[in-house]
Design a protein around this ligand. Structure first.
Ligand code: DOR
Ligand code: ZN
Length: 352
């Protein structure tokens, strides 16, 4: 069903529940692209070296705030990178002081800068139990790293082999399955009502694996978890437009310079910060569910994290195709902006 009747939509200012801002020159260049439309974002800690301690998170937050243009209103919600040496007390203090909102679990070797992640999940049990007690969410990169497991199956195997046992051992832990890419993950979240939610990226609602591999390899569509077949993309769209409170936006906007992506071993990550809201409006409109956009981008996330929705609003207006720059310049080199492969008609205006 195509909803062609609406031409204007005012919603609470959205939040991004999974974002890579990087550091230094890259941070400077990409931060305004998110702060322009989003009120808050969960900031990924996979810097080099990673953001492990409360002190590191607090310092990183200071660098983000220093890079924020004076006229922009944006709150970074910090995460701590979970290692097998993470101190439960440091995590609890970071949470109590408002320095860190969540902890991020990367299985060691799963993705960009995840070498310090977790190999033996029993070793992080004390941290997870502390988090369960204080109600601090765990954000999970849900892919196994076993080289024998096909890359397209790594999310499904992670759910069965790691996540299910882990949630059984620490049932009170609040878990966000990040950037889900499969029907399997959507079903798992739908079937488990307690302490579980999932973020969905902009690009996984739009591309499938053909976009990456058919008719020539497209490095700018390569990310992790890698996009799956079309049936999975459709399952993600169904989850996003359903209004179900356990699904919300986490763009996983992950900038890499073009030289870092366009090489024999290119980096994983898609930069969607500039045009995400226009892309999402197009996806929700095509599904006849524009009225559910606000729940996905602005209401469900805060509710899971126990925060109020943003007071401010944005308005999306439909008109002639709106263009975004193909890339943004950074002192490290150009960063290509996600190309959805179709025209965008919805432009975003901030409301005073
Ligand atoms: O595609 C990705 N890029 N997936 C991740 O999990 C990490 C991210 C990055 O940091 O570039
Ligand atoms: Zn990410």
């Amino acid at each position: 069903m195509i909803d062609k009747t609406m031409t204007s939509l005012t919603i609470r200012r959205p939040d991004d529940w999974h974002l890579h801002l990087r550091d230094g020159a890259m941070l400077q260049a990409v931060l305004p692209e998110t702060a322009r439309h989003f009120g808050r974002a969960i900031i990924m800690p996979n810097l080099v070296p990673p953001v492990v301690t409360a002190r590191q998170a607090s310092d990183y937050r200071d660098r983000i705030m220093a890079a924020l243009p004076g006229d922009m209103d944006f709150t970074p919600l910090m995460t701590l990178y979970l290692t097998e040496d993470t101190d439960p007390l440091d995590v609890a203090n970071a949470h109590a002081n408002g320095v860190a909102t969540a902890v991020k679990l990367y299985p060691a070797g799963a993705t960009t800068n995840s070498a310090s992640g977790v190999t033996n999940f029993d070793r992080v049990r004390p941290v997870l139990e502390t988090m369960a007690e204080i109600g601090m969410p765990l954000c999970v990169h849900g892919e196994v790293t076993d080289p024998d497991i096909d890359i397209f199956d790594r999310e499904a195997v992670f759910i069965d082999k790691v996540l299910k046992p882990l949630r059984k051992k620490v049932p009170d832990l609040k878990v966000v399955m990040e950037h889900v890419t499969t029907q399997h993950a959507v079903d798992y979240v739908r079937d488990h009502r307690k302490n579980l939610a999932a973020t969905i990226t902009t690009h996984h609602l739009i591309i499938n694996r053909n976009h990456i591999l058919a008719g020539g390899i497209k490095p700018h569509y390569y990310c992790l978890p890698v996009a799956k077949r079309e049936a999975h993309r459709i399952a993600l769209v169904q989850a996003a437009i359903s209004g179900d409170k356990r699904f919300f936006l986490g763009t996983d906007s992950a900038p890499h310079t073009d030289p870092a992506k366009l090489q024999s071993c290119g980096c994983a990550g898609i930069f969607t910060a500039p045009n995400t809201m226009s892309c999402l409006a197009e996806v929700f409109e095509a599904a006849g569910k524009l009225t559910k956009l606000e729940a996905f981008t602005s209401l469900n996330g805060p509710q899971f994290y126990g925060l109020p929705p943003n007071e401010a609003t944005i308005t999306l207006q439909k008109g002639d195709p709106v263009t975004y720059p193909g890339s943004i310049e950074t002192a490290d080199g150009p960063v290509t902006v996600f190309d959805p492969g179709f025209d965008l008609h919805w432009r975003v205006t901030e409301n005073p």
